[in-house]
Design a protein around this ligand. Structure first.
Ligand SMILES: Nc1ncnc2c1ncn2[C@@H]1O[C@H](COP(=O)(O)OP(=O)(O)OP(=O)(O)O)[C@@H](O)[C@H]1O
Length: 304
């Protein structure tokens, strides 16, 4: 798919700002904090919105007002939009018929996709009684039932338990290996990393970075990582921490017994912590990364 200098305004608000990108087969993660423009991007790519400026192409066609293209693309939206009274099977069958499959084709496709998302045994039950994870899998099934070549998944892991999460990640990775073009949106870096190494970072409607997750991490690694530790003996702990070269700063200013440590190699830093915690005179009661979230990544990328 290709976006050529695409902008989309909602009145005075800009959703996507002069956005250009080409995305090929395989899985690509679309990352950005709330309001970055991910949903606008997906709506433009799936023909639900018309660009204010520029051109969107998917499989060579303009998606806006293009019913024929809808048969080649699948969308798993963030919100639920089921016919709640239908069974999972009836719902998927209607989706398959609307996508243009004949009666027999629809039946076979529904059987197949129910197996794919492991919902066969629940397919006779009304959707209204489904758990969050079951809804999520049924939503994915409706995006897949017509065997699309391009697939858009908006925050697909929301509300799923670890087992369902693992299965969904495996399934999407497999679909990507089969040669489909898949875009998965999320605001959680770790979540997207499970799906793919190829990511697009958005912020305020603009493209911030595009490429292999390692390259993007390298950009981030130019900044020391900030790790917060809490201890009843903060100064004694700090004295031990600064012995190592990777630690480039310790800050006591948070009060509340917590110290903020800046390290250039977080892996090495975390590796040393268990032994340190066992030494007895410097107990550690809490550890967390102040940096391990997308907001921080964006802060670095946007301001650097
Ligand atoms: N229908 C609309 N009317 C007015 N403004 C909108 C509309 N839809 C989106 N916006 C604005 O466009 C910008 C981009 O929003 P968008 O929903 O595309 O971001 P997002 O990355 O999907 O965020 P989220 O993760 O919160 O869903 C935001 O400033 C948002 O407030």
């Amino acid at each position: 798919m290709a976006f050529h200098s695409v902008s989309k305004w909602y009145g005075p608000v800009i959703g996507v700002n002069n956005f250009s990108i080409r995305i090929g087969p395989g899985v690509t993660g679309l990352l950005g904090p709330n309001g970055a423009g991910k949903s606008t991007f997906l709506q433009l790519a799936t023909g639900q919105l018309q660009p204010s400026q520029g051109e969107v192409r998917v499989l060579g066609h303009r998606p806006w007002n293009n019913a024929a293209l809808n048969r080649l693309i699948g969308l798993c939206p963030e919100q639920d939009a089921f016919f709640e009274w239908m069974s999972g099977r009836e719902f998927l069958r209607s989706c398959a018929l609307m996508a243009g499959l004949g009666r027999r084709g629809a039946r076979d496709a529904v059987d197949r996709v129910l197996e794919t998302v492991r919902m066969t045994e629940h397919a006779h039950r009304a959707v209204r009684g489904y758990s969050k994870g079951m809804r999520q899998r049924t939503k994915l099934a409706q995006a897949l039932v017509h065997d699309p070549r391009v697939l858009f998944l908006d925050e697909p892991l929301t509300g799923t338990d670890p087992v369902a999460r693992h299965e969904l990640v495996e399934l999407v990775a497999r679909l990507g290996r089969e040669g489909r073009t898949i875009v998965v949106s999320s605001h959680v870096l770790q979540e997207v990393q499970g799906f793919t190494r190829q990511i697009v970072l958005m912020n305020r409607g603009r493209l911030v970075a595009y490429g292999d997750v390692r390259q993007i991490r390298d950009l981030i690694d130019a900044h020391p990582h900030r790790i917060v530790l809490r201890s009843p003996e903060p100064r004694a702990l700090a004295a031990k921490l600064v012995r190592h070269d990777d630690v480039v700063g310790v800050d006591f200013q948070r009060g509340d017994g917590a110290i903020v440590v800046e390290t250039r190699t977080p892996d090495a830093f975390y590796g040393r912590l268990p032994a340190l915690a066992l030494e007895g005179d410097t107990p550690i009661t809490e550890v967390y990364s102040d940096d391990d979230n997308l907001e921080a990544v964006f802060k670095y990328l946007v301001t650097s």
